[in-house]
Design a binder for this molecule. Structure first.
Ligand code: C2E
Ligand code: MG
Ligand code: MG
Ligand code: MG
Length: 278
């Protein structure tokens, strides 16, 4: 009897797996076509001074709109772009496009404005990544100091030595590095010091805790203190209300990104939004 159950489970399992693999392959082809047909686009979410709401920069966020108008969230297609290798070309396009947009913002009069770009493991370990950064900055004519690359803690675990080496070269170019979703990965504090990053982005889970009654935002507060003792910049992600903003200010966190201040915007919307600060 046990055997029969086992066989039934087994065939069920493989059938499900077959469906999942086919679905992934379908998504991969669709993503490649979408990229070629220019159905991927970038939105920009402002990052601000918490106290004044004034912009300091923006994060470039990738979007995929299918032919029938459905928006597929990046959390669903970035993993597919990564394991298929498509992320290398897509990521290059994101970086170049973000730098060009940064150049336009600088020309409009906001010279200190920074652009943050998410970079995945596959891009980071690509042998031509450093050349790509140089070329993207050069072609757009923007200073390296105004570009910020967002990496994740998990990247520190895959190949720490390669990561440290690459980071040093990027830092030597003058480009800034921040750790995205900070606090959710498992990087150790000693690793953090070795990585010599510029900035920590407090994951929005810890910002949520400020107002959902879990606690008073003790983890967010701790990350702010950590950033101060390591002399790093810090920014809070996913700030959705005034209470969170005020608490964060009381913790000594100066910068924020979140729907409370501004939602991700297309180019035109971003320029309109920035007009007020020129
Ligand atoms: P992330 O880098 O941590 O980006 C922040 C995410 O939080 C964005 O989701 C943003 O829309 C969302 N967000 C911002 N403020 C709020 C808020 O107040 N409340 C809530 N609930 N959410 C907020 P999005 O755009 O869906 O991106 C998800 C993730 O996809 C990003 O997380 C990033 O890891 C990845 N991603 C996006 N674009 C790229 C890209 O060009 N390259 C790579 N490698 N990854 C990307
Ligand atoms: Mg990010
Ligand atoms: Mg994040
Ligand atoms: Mg994320």
């Amino acid at each position: 009897r046990a055997k029969i159950y086992h066989r039934a489970d087994y065939s069920y399992f493989t059938r499900e797996m077959g469906v999942e693999i086919r679905e992934r392959v379908r998504m991969m082809h669709a993503l490649r076509t979408a990229f070629e047909d220019e159905r991927l686009f970038i939105v920009f979410q402002p990052q601000v001074h918490i106290g004044s709401g004034k912009p300091i920069g923006a994060e470039a966020l990738l979007r995929w709109k299918t032919e029938d108008g459905t928006l597929i969230p990046p959390d669903q297609f970035i993993p597919i772009a990564e394991y298929s290798g498509l992320i290398v070309n897509i990521g290059e396009w994101v970086l170049r496009t973000a730098c060009l947009e940064l150049s336009r913002i600088h020309q409009s009069g906001l010279q200190d404005f920074r652009m943050a770009v998410n970079v995945s493991q596959t891009q980071f370990s690509h042998p031509l990544f450093l050349q790509l950064i140089t070329s993207a900055l050069h072609d757009a004519g923007v200073p390296p100091e105004n570009l910020e690359l967002e990496i994740t803690e998990s990247m520190a675990m895959t190949d720490p030595d390669l990561l440290i080496m690459t980071l040093e070269k990027i830092k030597a170019m003058g480009v800034r590095i921040s750790i995205d979703d900070f606090g959710t990965g498992f990087s150790s504090l000693s690793q953090l010091q070795k990585l010599k990053v510029d900035k920590l982005k407090i994951d929005r889970a810890f910002i949520n805790e400020i107002s959902d009654g879990t606690n008073d935002g003790s983890i967010a507060k701790m990350i702010v203190q950590l950033s101060q003792s390591l002399q790093l910049e810090v920014i809070a992600e996913g700030v959705e209300n005034q209470l969170q903003a005020e608490k964060l200010m009381s913790f000594g966190c100066d910068h924020a990104q979140g729907f409370y201040f501004a939602k991700p915007k297309n180019k035109v919307e971003l320029h309109t939004w920035l007009q007020a600060y020129l």
